[in-house]
Design a protein around this ligand. Structure first.
Ligand code: KIV
Length: 269
Protein backbone atom coordinates (compact mmCIF):
# COMPACT_ATOMS: atom_id res chain seq x y z
CA UNK A 1 0.00 0.00 0.00
CA UNK A 2 1.42 3.36 -0.97
CA UNK A 3 0.90 6.06 1.57
CA UNK A 4 2.18 8.95 -0.50
CA UNK A 5 -0.36 11.59 0.47
CA UNK A 6 -1.65 13.78 -2.34
CA UNK A 7 -4.03 15.47 0.04
CA UNK A 8 -3.45 15.98 3.71
CA UNK A 9 -4.55 13.02 5.76
CA UNK A 10 -3.98 12.91 9.49
CA UNK A 11 -1.67 10.06 10.47
CA UNK A 12 -2.28 7.50 13.16
CA UNK A 13 -0.44 4.48 14.51
CA UNK A 14 -2.19 2.06 12.11
CA UNK A 15 -1.36 4.11 9.02
CA UNK A 16 2.23 4.54 10.15
CA UNK A 17 2.63 0.78 10.66
CA UNK A 18 1.23 0.14 7.17
CA UNK A 19 3.98 2.30 5.71
CA UNK A 20 6.57 -0.44 6.39
CA UNK A 21 8.55 -1.02 3.22
CA UNK A 22 7.53 2.20 1.50
CA UNK A 23 10.58 4.25 2.45
CA UNK A 24 8.60 7.46 2.37
CA UNK A 25 7.71 8.44 5.92
CA UNK A 26 8.77 11.99 6.69
CA UNK A 27 9.33 13.12 10.24
CA UNK A 28 10.59 16.57 11.23
CA UNK A 29 11.20 18.11 14.61
CA UNK A 30 9.38 21.21 15.79
CA UNK A 31 9.33 23.04 19.09
CA UNK A 32 6.80 25.85 18.60
CA UNK A 33 3.41 26.64 17.14
CA UNK A 34 4.71 28.87 14.33
CA UNK A 35 6.90 26.27 12.61
CA UNK A 36 4.61 23.37 13.54
CA UNK A 37 1.83 25.07 11.55
CA UNK A 38 4.14 25.28 8.52
CA UNK A 39 5.05 21.58 8.76
CA UNK A 40 1.59 20.30 9.71
CA UNK A 41 0.25 19.32 6.29
CA UNK A 42 3.60 18.26 4.84
CA UNK A 43 5.35 15.97 7.33
CA UNK A 44 3.80 12.66 8.39
CA UNK A 45 4.97 13.10 11.96
CA UNK A 46 6.22 16.01 14.06
CA UNK A 47 8.72 15.12 16.78
CA UNK A 48 9.08 17.47 19.72
CA UNK A 49 12.65 16.26 20.15
CA UNK A 50 14.73 16.85 23.23
CA UNK A 51 17.18 18.28 20.66
CA UNK A 52 15.32 21.49 21.55
CA UNK A 53 17.64 21.67 24.54
CA UNK A 54 20.48 22.31 22.06
CA UNK A 55 18.92 24.14 19.13
CA UNK A 56 16.30 26.10 21.10
CA UNK A 57 17.86 26.47 24.57
CA UNK A 58 21.51 26.57 23.41
CA UNK A 59 22.72 23.84 25.78
CA UNK A 60 25.65 21.57 24.80
CA UNK A 61 23.58 18.36 24.85
CA UNK A 62 20.03 17.09 25.44
CA UNK A 63 20.51 15.83 28.98
CA UNK A 64 19.24 18.81 30.96
CA UNK A 65 15.86 18.98 29.20
CA UNK A 66 13.00 18.47 31.65
CA UNK A 67 9.57 16.93 31.26
CA UNK A 68 7.99 20.30 32.08
CA UNK A 69 9.87 21.85 29.15
CA UNK A 70 8.90 19.02 26.80
CA UNK A 71 5.25 19.37 27.81
CA UNK A 72 5.37 23.15 27.30
CA UNK A 73 6.82 22.81 23.78
CA UNK A 74 4.53 19.90 22.87
CA UNK A 75 1.51 21.99 23.80
CA UNK A 76 2.79 24.80 21.57
CA UNK A 77 3.28 22.35 18.68
CA UNK A 78 -0.13 20.70 19.17
CA UNK A 79 -1.80 24.13 19.28
CA UNK A 80 -0.09 25.28 16.08
CA UNK A 81 -0.61 21.97 14.27
CA UNK A 82 -3.77 20.34 15.62
CA UNK A 83 -3.97 17.93 12.67
CA UNK A 84 -0.40 16.65 13.03
CA UNK A 85 0.73 13.35 14.53
CA UNK A 86 2.87 14.77 17.34
CA UNK A 87 5.43 12.78 19.34
CA UNK A 88 6.92 13.92 22.65
CA UNK A 89 10.50 12.82 23.17
CA UNK A 90 10.82 11.62 26.77
CA UNK A 91 13.78 13.48 28.27
CA UNK A 92 16.73 11.96 30.13
CA UNK A 93 15.88 10.52 33.55
CA UNK A 94 12.11 10.35 33.06
CA UNK A 95 11.88 6.62 32.22
CA UNK A 96 14.52 4.96 34.38
CA UNK A 97 12.11 2.24 35.48
CA UNK A 98 8.71 1.08 34.31
CA UNK A 99 6.66 2.76 37.05
CA UNK A 100 8.36 6.12 36.64
CA UNK A 101 7.99 5.82 32.85
CA UNK A 102 4.26 5.10 33.07
CA UNK A 103 3.63 7.90 35.59
CA UNK A 104 5.40 10.36 33.29
CA UNK A 105 3.74 9.03 30.12
CA UNK A 106 0.30 9.36 31.72
CA UNK A 107 1.20 12.95 32.60
CA UNK A 108 2.11 13.55 28.93
CA UNK A 109 -1.26 12.21 27.74
CA UNK A 110 -3.13 14.16 30.43
CA UNK A 111 -1.39 17.47 29.79
CA UNK A 112 -0.84 17.41 26.01
CA UNK A 113 -2.44 16.11 22.80
CA UNK A 114 0.71 14.18 21.85
CA UNK A 115 -0.16 10.98 19.99
CA UNK A 116 2.93 9.10 21.13
CA UNK A 117 6.15 9.28 23.10
CA UNK A 118 9.70 8.37 22.08
CA UNK A 119 12.09 6.39 24.29
CA UNK A 120 15.83 5.84 23.74
CA UNK A 121 17.02 2.28 24.40
CA UNK A 122 17.04 -1.27 23.05
CA UNK A 123 16.97 -4.68 24.72
CA UNK A 124 17.81 -3.15 28.12
CA UNK A 125 14.75 -0.91 28.06
CA UNK A 126 12.30 -3.28 26.34
CA UNK A 127 10.59 -4.10 29.64
CA UNK A 128 9.87 -0.40 30.13
CA UNK A 129 8.43 -0.06 26.61
CA UNK A 130 6.36 -3.20 27.21
CA UNK A 131 4.89 -1.76 30.41
CA UNK A 132 3.98 1.45 28.59
CA UNK A 133 2.40 -0.21 25.54
CA UNK A 134 0.43 -2.67 27.67
CA UNK A 135 -1.00 0.38 29.42
CA UNK A 136 -2.11 1.96 26.12
CA UNK A 137 0.79 4.33 25.56
CA UNK A 138 1.95 4.55 21.92
CA UNK A 139 5.74 4.29 21.86
CA UNK A 140 8.39 4.97 19.22
CA UNK A 141 11.73 3.36 20.04
CA UNK A 142 15.11 4.97 19.37
CA UNK A 143 18.21 2.80 18.91
CA UNK A 144 21.74 3.15 17.54
CA UNK A 145 23.44 6.38 18.52
CA UNK A 146 21.39 7.58 21.47
CA UNK A 147 22.14 11.22 22.36
CA UNK A 148 21.02 10.74 25.97
CA UNK A 149 24.07 8.47 26.45
CA UNK A 150 26.56 11.12 25.30
CA UNK A 151 28.04 11.77 28.74
CA UNK A 152 28.19 8.13 29.84
CA UNK A 153 29.72 7.04 26.51
CA UNK A 154 32.10 9.98 26.19
CA UNK A 155 30.75 11.30 22.89
CA UNK A 156 28.52 10.57 19.92
CA UNK A 157 29.63 7.32 18.32
CA UNK A 158 28.41 5.93 15.01
CA UNK A 159 27.12 2.39 15.56
CA UNK A 160 27.07 -0.77 13.48
CA UNK A 161 30.74 -0.69 12.51
CA UNK A 162 31.35 -4.30 13.58
CA UNK A 163 29.37 -7.49 13.13
CA UNK A 164 29.05 -7.81 16.91
CA UNK A 165 27.57 -4.33 17.27
CA UNK A 166 25.25 -4.89 14.30
CA UNK A 167 24.00 -8.11 15.91
CA UNK A 168 23.31 -6.17 19.13
CA UNK A 169 21.40 -3.49 17.23
CA UNK A 170 19.31 -6.16 15.47
CA UNK A 171 18.51 -7.66 18.91
CA UNK A 172 17.63 -4.15 20.16
CA UNK A 173 15.23 -3.53 17.28
CA UNK A 174 13.54 -6.92 17.68
CA UNK A 175 13.17 -6.39 21.44
CA UNK A 176 11.66 -2.93 20.92
CA UNK A 177 9.21 -4.31 18.35
CA UNK A 178 8.26 -7.23 20.62
CA UNK A 179 7.67 -4.74 23.45
CA UNK A 180 4.94 -3.16 21.33
CA UNK A 181 6.58 -0.07 19.82
CA UNK A 182 4.91 0.92 16.52
CA UNK A 183 7.98 2.47 14.93
CA UNK A 184 11.74 2.78 15.63
CA UNK A 185 14.13 5.68 15.07
CA UNK A 186 17.57 4.43 14.00
CA UNK A 187 20.20 7.12 14.54
CA UNK A 188 23.87 7.27 13.54
CA UNK A 189 24.23 3.74 12.17
CA UNK A 190 26.30 2.52 9.20
CA UNK A 191 23.84 2.14 6.33
CA UNK A 192 24.63 -1.58 5.69
CA UNK A 193 23.84 -2.31 9.34
CA UNK A 194 20.75 -0.07 9.28
CA UNK A 195 19.44 -2.05 6.29
CA UNK A 196 19.78 -5.32 8.17
CA UNK A 197 18.15 -3.83 11.28
CA UNK A 198 15.26 -2.45 9.25
CA UNK A 199 14.75 -5.78 7.51
CA UNK A 200 14.72 -7.62 10.85
CA UNK A 201 11.53 -5.89 12.05
CA UNK A 202 8.03 -5.56 10.67
CA UNK A 203 7.43 -2.05 12.03
CA UNK A 204 8.66 1.03 10.15
CA UNK A 205 12.10 2.40 10.86
CA UNK A 206 12.91 6.10 10.65
CA UNK A 207 16.54 6.92 9.98
CA UNK A 208 18.73 9.85 10.88
CA UNK A 209 22.29 9.36 9.76
CA UNK A 210 21.44 5.78 8.77
CA UNK A 211 21.35 6.02 4.96
CA UNK A 212 18.32 5.67 2.70
CA UNK A 213 17.59 2.10 3.73
CA UNK A 214 14.98 2.84 6.40
CA UNK A 215 11.22 3.31 5.97
CA UNK A 216 11.47 7.05 6.51
CA UNK A 217 13.73 9.88 7.58
CA UNK A 218 13.81 12.42 10.38
CA UNK A 219 15.75 15.67 10.49
CA UNK A 220 15.96 18.40 13.09
CA UNK A 221 14.23 21.42 11.55
CA UNK A 222 16.93 23.93 12.46
CA UNK A 223 19.60 21.68 10.89
CA UNK A 224 17.76 21.06 7.62
CA UNK A 225 16.76 24.70 7.19
CA UNK A 226 20.32 25.84 7.87
CA UNK A 227 19.61 27.80 11.04
CA UNK A 228 22.00 25.83 13.24
CA UNK A 229 25.46 27.09 12.33
CA UNK A 230 27.70 25.63 15.05
CA UNK A 231 28.37 22.43 13.09
CA UNK A 232 26.84 20.38 10.29
CA UNK A 233 26.76 16.62 10.78
CA UNK A 234 27.54 14.62 7.62
CA UNK A 235 23.98 13.29 7.35
CA UNK A 236 22.31 16.72 7.34
CA UNK A 237 21.21 18.26 4.06
CA UNK A 238 20.59 22.01 4.11
CA UNK A 239 17.38 22.79 2.23
CA UNK A 240 17.70 26.48 3.04
CA UNK A 241 20.41 28.85 4.23
CA UNK A 242 18.23 29.94 7.13
CA UNK A 243 20.89 31.58 9.30
CA UNK A 244 22.30 33.64 6.42
CA UNK A 245 18.84 34.60 5.17
CA UNK A 246 17.83 35.78 8.64
CA UNK A 247 21.04 37.77 9.05
CA UNK A 248 20.60 39.36 5.61
CA UNK A 249 16.98 40.24 6.37
CA UNK A 250 17.77 41.77 9.77
CA UNK A 251 20.71 43.71 8.29
CA UNK A 252 18.39 45.06 5.60
CA UNK A 253 15.90 46.08 8.30
CA UNK A 254 18.67 47.85 10.23
CA UNK A 255 19.83 49.70 7.17
CA UNK A 256 16.22 50.70 6.30
CA UNK A 257 15.77 52.08 9.83
CA UNK A 258 19.09 53.91 9.66
CA UNK A 259 18.31 55.59 6.35
CA UNK A 260 14.66 56.20 7.43
CA UNK A 261 13.25 54.25 4.44
CA UNK A 262 11.32 52.12 6.95
CA UNK A 263 8.51 52.65 7.72
CA UNK A 264 7.31 54.04 4.37
CA UNK A 265 4.14 56.12 3.89
CA UNK A 266 2.05 52.98 3.15
CA UNK A 267 3.26 51.44 6.38
CA UNK A 268 1.90 54.33 8.48
CA UNK A 269 -1.53 54.68 10.15
O1 KIV B 1 15.65 14.96 19.82
C1 KIV B 1 15.56 14.76 18.59
O2 KIV B 1 15.38 15.69 17.79
C2 KIV B 1 15.67 13.38 18.13
C3 KIV B 1 15.85 13.16 16.67
C4 KIV B 1 17.25 13.45 16.31
C5 KIV B 1 15.45 11.79 16.27
O3 KIV B 1 15.65 12.49 18.92
Amino acid sequence: MSIIRHEFEKMNVTKIKKAKGNKNLTMITSYDALFAKLFEEIADMILVGDSLNMSFAGKPDTLSATLDQMIYHTNAVCTGAPKAFVILDMPFGTYNNKDQALTNAVRVYQETNAAAIKIEGGEDRAHIISHLTSNSVAVIGHIGLMPQFVRSEGGYKVRGKTEEDTQQLIKDAIAVEKAGAFCIVIEGVMSDAAKRISEAVSIPTIGIGAGNVTDGQVLVWSDMLGFFESFKPKFVRHYMTGAQQVKDAVSQYKSDVQDASFPAKEEEY
